[in-house]
Design a protein around this ligand. Structure first.
Ligand SMILES: *Cc1c(COP(=O)(O)O)cnc(C)c1O
Length: 385
């Protein structure tokens, strides 16, 4: 194979620690599986560096568990984990297109990746590339049911299924859809999508084909829409311990799988009335013991947390004071018992209710928990427990 597969020598920062809890991941996977009928396959979504948890670490943990499939966003992530999955198939969610290079298409067939095709034209292109070879490409068709992203309209999807069936170098391995609003309280639209998709599955007699996996559910639908389980569920955020949004009385107990910590590298007394950090947005109102933490917005701690978020030093809640810098943050540790250089501060907590938990931070940043997690930089060292 001539395609260049770039592998960089990645920088790792051992001083920044993301603690990854295997038991939490395994227990979440088991709890989610238990919501589905026996025999439903479980696809662990590990795109975006496993939602910021570290793709290699997470795949290694889950490859020892009852996970049937892994899903990634891109071909490159699939190549990265190909040797770690212990024979589990990998589904690449980004569709193959006519402009996908022949080398990449052949590599997908070679590795046995499950791919999604974007259009009937793409199938023609793939057929041309694969004909005469001894490899069979596993294809999934993404049917548009209302997500409005990369699904194909039903008529097109039906045409593609026919094309795949007619090509000896391709196998129809899956037909799926994706929900736009399963995480919301109002599930009317999600049920409309489900109905549309279900009708398509019926019309195409797909249930009669045991080797074609029907799948639709993301985390929220896995938890809240039992009618959407079909043959496989695709869980991302819930695997890492979060509901798509903070939920009162959730039907399944999920445990956060990551805690981010960084050390105090400098302590200093600041007199009352002095300003702290860029822009002088914070002025001390008392003599303050300030601690410098060697991480900032470049590491995934959002700049909008300036003067708003808190961290934890032991059990003491310590506020972020002044602007979050690129690589440094200042916290007020005046009230902490005996802060010391080298002591670890909890920057992102692994507790749903924590004042520096992911839901709280997402609320402060006016975003969703996914973004807080995926922002944790890949150079933070992952410590697996
Ligand atoms: C990201 C993604 C998922 C996982 O979604 P969660 O809400 O994190 O469970 C499932 N299916 C598709 C197609 C996705 O893109």
């Amino acid at each position: 194979m001539t395609m260049k597969l770039y592998r960089s020598q990645a920088l790792i920062r051992p001083d920044l620690e993301a603690h990854i809890y295997s038991q939490a991941l395994l227990s979440n996977a088991a709890s989610l599986k238990a919501l589905c009928p026996r025999g439903t396959k479980f696809c662990a979504v590990v795109k975006a560096n496993a939602y910021g948890h570290g793709i290699a670490e997470v795949v290694n943990i889950l490859a020892g568990a009852a996970v049937d499939f892994f899903a990634v966003a891109s071909f490159y992530e699939a190549v990265h984990i190909a040797e770690m999955v212990r024979g589990r198939p990998i589904l690449i969610l980004e569709p193959l297109m006519e402009r996908t290079s022949p080398d990449q298409v052949r590599a997908c067939a070679h590795y046995g990746f499950h791919c999604v095709a974007a259009s009937p034209e793409t199938i023609g292109h793939l057929a041309g590339l694969l004909t005469g070879g001894d490899k069979i490409l596993d294809l999934h068709v993404n049917v548009e049911s209302g997500m409005g992203r990369c699904g194909v309209e039903e008529q097109c999807a039906a045409e593609m299924i026919g094309q795949i069936d007619a090509c000896p170098n391709m196998r129809l391995s899956g037909v799926y859809t994706h929900f736009a609003t399963a995480d919301e309280d109002d599930l009317v639209y999600a049920h409309e999508q489900l109905e549309r998709f279900g009708a398509f599955v019926e019309r195409m007699h797909l249930r009669a084909r045991p080797n074609v996996l029907i799948h639709a559910a993301n985390s929220a639908a896995t938890i809240k829409m039992s009618g959407a389980h079909f043959d496989m569920v695709r869980c991302g955020i819930s695997l890492y311990g979060y509901y798509s949004r903070a939920t009162a009385n959730p039907p399944v107990r999920l445990q956060p799988a990551m805690k981010l910590q960084a050390p105090i590298v400098q302590l200093k007394r600041i007199a009352s009335g002095q300003s702290v950090s860029y822009g002088r947005s914070f002025v001390t109102r008392r003599e303050t013991l300030a601690a410098v933490i060697p991480l900032g917005y470049a590491d995934g701690y959002r700049r909008c947390f300036s003067n708003r978020a808190v961290m934890k030093l032991g059990d003491c809640i310590v506020p972020v004071i002044g602007r979050v810098c690129m690589d440094q943050i200042i916290i007020d540790v005046t009230d902490a018992a005996s802060p010391a250089i080298g002591q670890m501060v909890t920057v992102i907590d692994s507790d749903h209710e924590s004042p520096c938990g992911v839901y709280r931070l997402a609320e402060l940043a006016d975003t969703i928990c996914y973004e807080i997690l995926t922002c944790v930089h890949s150079h933070v060292s992952r410590i697996v427990h």
